[in-house]
Design a protein. Structure first.
Length: 118
């Protein structure tokens, strides 16, 4: 459903350290090495997530589900916000869907996520 939280991403300097912290805090979470060999894919039992490195002091990124990422990005811009697609690779798009980082018309950051075709 459009607008539901569909994915989250935790940025940090050291993905292994972040895994240890969040794994200790949320013992029900399961972590697998990410497809590129860097970071982790997180299974929570509900909303999936990930951890990436090289992003010290980052906040948790929240992604909202949209059925059509390109149309949603156009709408973000029409409403006075900013947005840019984050196409990593065809492999990650096929497995995880498409993502965009955005800012609303007041500068607050959020993400959009078009889940993979299912």
């Amino acid at each position: 459903m459009s607008g539901e939280i569909s994915f989250f991403e935790i940025g940090g300097d050291d993905p292994a350290k972040a895994r240890s912290f969040y794994g200790g805090l949320f013992e029900e979470w399961n972590f697998e090495t990410g497809p590129s060999g860097h970071g982790y894919v997180i299974s929570t039992g509900s909303v999936p997530g990930g951890i990436h490195g090289g992003d010290p002091g980052a906040a948790v990124y929240t992604f909202f589900s949209v059925p059509d990422l390109d149309a949603a990005l156009v709408r973000v811009r029409e409403l006075g916000g900013e947005g840019e697609s984050m196409e990593d690779s065809e492999e990650s798009v096929g497995e995880f869907g498409r993502f965009a980082m955005c800012k609303d018309d007041q500068g607050s950051s959020f993400g959009l996520h078009q889940p993979p075709a299912g």
